[in-house]
Write a protein that binds this ligand. Structure first.
Ligand SMILES: [Cu+2]
Length: 143
């Protein structure tokens, strides 16, 4: 009996969906019909993070090469390149002033800043000294 039982079980497994035999982990069979799930607003529905390139102007201008940037809502990886020997960075704030961080302050190099952004209009700027006031900023539109 025992010798037969095991192969039979294996056969049964093989003929069924693999998940039915191997898994068994998700014990979410509690049929709770009363609770309404509120987890449908999970963040990052977009999947992979997109990459948006931005750079400081060459030369010594206190400005970015791009006056505007566009991105899709979700996880965004901003790749900031600074060809200047003068240090700059790349920071983001929302139209209401919420800060989303800055890249490293770098010279003759590049760095990245990751942010999860909702649709809206944002400002990106360099927070080194008075660079922003001098015009080192731009508008980021997230759709
Ligand atoms: Cu700067």
């Amino acid at each position: 009996m025992r010798k037969l039982a095991l192969p039979t079980a294996l056969l049964a497994c093989a003929s069924l969906a693999l998940a039915a035999c191997g898994g068994g982990g998700s014990s979410s069979t509690s049929a709770a019909t009363s609770t309404t799930s509120t987890t449908t607003q999970a963040a990052g529905g977009g999947g992979k993070a997109q990459t948006v390139a931005v750079s400081a102007k060459s030369g010594s201008a206190l400005a970015y090469q791009q006056k505007t940037l566009q991105a899709k809502a979700g996880n965004i990886n901003f790749q900031f390149a600074n060809p200047q020997s003068l240090a700059h960075n790349f920071c983001i704030e929302s139209s209401s002033g919420q800060q989303f961080g800055c890249s490293g302050t770098i010279a003759s190099s590049s760095d990245s800043l990751a942010a999860n952004l909702k649709p809206g209009t944002y400002t990106y700027y360099c927070n080194v000294d008075s660079h922003r006031a001098a015009g080192m900023e731009g508008t980021l539109t997230v759709k």
